[in-house]
Design a protein around this ligand. Structure first.
Ligand code: HEM
Length: 567
């Protein structure tokens, strides 16, 4: 018994040392990437609860056990008593699903809460249960749509009542307030219009400078990274995350991240990341969705401290922007495209609302693109012929003065990177980096005659379920960019491939992301031949809001000899 306890202690201590080490490494690179568990551990550390103080840990355990039992009991009572109209209507549909019995709620939770199994379980159930099935997650019943026809019915509906996000998104409220991803009704409509600024032709055109500058800086950093101990394969995710963050920070906040001073001992990046990790922990522990339990949890206080720090950063950036504007000549001001913050200020949003929207755009926009580049490079490492095909296309573009004047790719160049674009699309088929999204419908939705979802149903979409279905994508386990040639795309159902969602609430940053990924990846492949000895089959993904490999992927980057080394 004593041995088991000691082993348990060692595990916790090992994990804490790992978390500490990761924080240290990330700080060096001015970023932070922590899993929710690591945040929990660092939260415990920062609350100064020593590991050896077993009594204190035992108290935590008793607290959890007590609250869990209490919530479970309340839920059982509620379920027995409720059986409301909507619940009865749903039950009448007799939908299939795993552990579809009285204790099912708890068994689903056990599988979904283990983050190493969440994605695998969803994949398994999508295969077994087909176009529509139900999942019980604690007291909540989620309906999963897994067929393009049903998905189209939901996502293409422009009825306000079908556009609302589920209550699960409330976990993000302390950080995003009523930001675009969460908001609903007229507020969502007006905010969507306002944030559309990011994707107007003029704005996207002005971001080309930012993408090009950042891609050069990334290549230099990769060069340094791989010049030390050349033969050793190394992870690159922190470098990719930092670059992607620089891009979105400059576009959204007009801020140069390298010039931002740290508030306390944390950068803005660390602050956004910590908030996101806290959100995931809360979502995967449904009892933490109960407001009063959440307020008692140490992570809640920690989260509020982070958001205060985040607000201070936004305030600092607004002040800097104002000073910059005053120094700028009116001619320069006209040339410069306004940052999102300036637009939001002009529209009369409060400081809290601006912080919410900025946090929303930054957290929606940097990890998604960085992870896509990361996985794309991994897939191209495993498929050298596809990598070479991309490189030929890239070399042609970089060596054409009209497409790459002064060493910077222009918008016309992006239209020529057709094969690379297909590889990105195929990567997002394998790994839609936003693995799950949800709606909570406020009016009935007819999926087909006789199959009507009652109002208040929580509808979940897990794109990978359709993306890996051989009926829609033959040989789904094979990396085949040619699936995205025009003829095949036209022949497919328009709602079968949805990494960016679809319909009125489709990803706002779709074009922004594609342009960034094309430019950053093409510059990398121009300068390096990328390989990896890691195995595809051993990859385990964690659902950290965006998909994240559990352990870093290691790469080898071999520098190419270029005739024209300027670009
Ligand atoms: C590969 C990159 C990306 C992927 C796969 C992706 C995917 C998605 C998905 C699936 C949604 C729907 C989420 C939901 O319904 O809950 C979404 C929404 C959103 N995305 Fe992205 N995204 C990416 C990049 C970006 C970027 C770069 C930005 C910002 C510049 C961005 C901003 C947003 C916003 C603001 C929404 C909310 C839209 C609304 O509710 O009206 N995304 N994204």
């Amino acid at each position: 018994m004593k041995k088991i306890e000691e082993r348990g202690d060692m595990r916790v201590r090992g994990k804490m040392t790992y978390a500490y080490e990761k924080v240290r490494q990330c700080r060096k690179l001015n970023t932070l990437w922590l899993s929710a568990e690591e945040v929990t551990l660092t939260t415990v550390l920062s609350s100064r609860i020593p590991v050896r103080n077993r009594k204190r840990l035992n108290m935590f355990f008793i607290f959890y056990l007590f609250t869990f039992s209490l919530v479970a009991l309340l839920f059982l009572l509620w379920k027995v008593k409720k059986g409301g109209v909507e619940e009865k209507e749903l039950s009448k549909l007799n939908l299939n699903g795993p552990h579809n019995h009285f204790l099912g709620e708890y068994l689903n939770i056990l599988e979904l809460r283990d983050k190493t199994k969440t994605i695998k379980s969803l994949q398994k159930w999508s295969k077994i249960y087909g176009p529509i099935f139900q999942l019980n997650f604690g007291p909540f019943r989620f309906i999963l749509l897994n067929s393009p026809n049903y998905v189209q019915k939901l996502l293409s509906s422009s009825e306000q009542a079908h556009l609302s996000k589920s209550f699960v998104y409330n976990a993000c409220k302390p950080f995003w307030f009523d930001g675009l991803i969460i908001s609903k009704g007229d507020k969502w409509k007006s905010r969507r219009k306002l944030l559309n600024h990011i994707v107007t032709f003029k704005s996207l055109h002005s971001y080309m400078q930012i993408y090009n500058r950042e891609s050069l800086s990334l290549v230099n950093k990769l060069d340094q990274h791989f010049s030390i101990d050349i033969s050793k394969p190394k992870p690159i995710e922190v470098l990719l995350m930092t670059s992607s963050l620089n891009v979105i920070m400059e576009a959204a906040m007009g801020a140069d991240i390298s010039k931002m001073t740290s508030i306390g001992d944390k950068s803005f990046v660390q602050c956004v990341n910590t908030c996101m990790s806290i959100v995931v922990t809360r979502i995967l522990n449904p009892w933490l969705m109960v407001e009063w339990i959440w307020k008692l949890h140490p992570m809640s206080k920690y989260g509020m401290e982070e958001i205060a720090r985040g607000k201070e950063y936004v305030r600092q950036t607004m002040k800097n922007n104002k000073e910059k504007k005053m120094e700028e000549s009116s001619e320069n001001e006209e040339k410069r495209s306004k940052s999102l913050i300036e637009d939001l200020q002009q529209a009369g949003l409060t400081e809290e609302e601006i912080t919410g929207e900025v946090f929303t755009v930054i957290s929606a926009g940097y990890e998604t693109t960085a992870t896509t580049i990361h996985l794309l490079l991994f897939l191209l490492s495993l498929h050298p012929a596809e990598q070479e095909r991309c490189r030929q296309e890239i070399d042609n573009v970089f060596e054409d003065q009209e497409l790459c004047p002064g060493g910077n790719l222009n918008s016309a160049a992006l239209g020529k990177l057709k094969h690379l674009e297909k590889c990105i699309q195929e990567t997002l088929r394998f790994y839609p980096v936003v693995p799950v999204f949800q709606r909570q419908i406020e009016a009935k939705l007819e999926l087909e005659p006789g199959l009507v979802l009652p109002s208040n149903t929580i509808v979940t979409i897990f794109p990978q379920g359709m993306h890996m279905n051989p009926e829609y994508f033959p040989e789904p386990q094979k990396f085949k960019p040619e699936r995205f040639c025009i003829e095949e795309v036209k022949a497919r159902h328009p709602f079968v491939y949805i990494p960016f969602a679809a319909g009125p609430r489709m990803c706002l940053g779709y074009k922004f992301a594609m342009m960034e990924i094309l430019i950053l990846t093409s510059r990398i492949l121009r300068h390096f031949v990328v390989s990896s000895n890691d195995s595809w089959d051993n990859l385990v993904f964690l659902p950290n809001i965006t998909l994240k490999p559990e352990t870093p992927i290691n790469f080898r980057f071999q520098k190419r000899k270029l005739l024209n080394n300027n670009n």
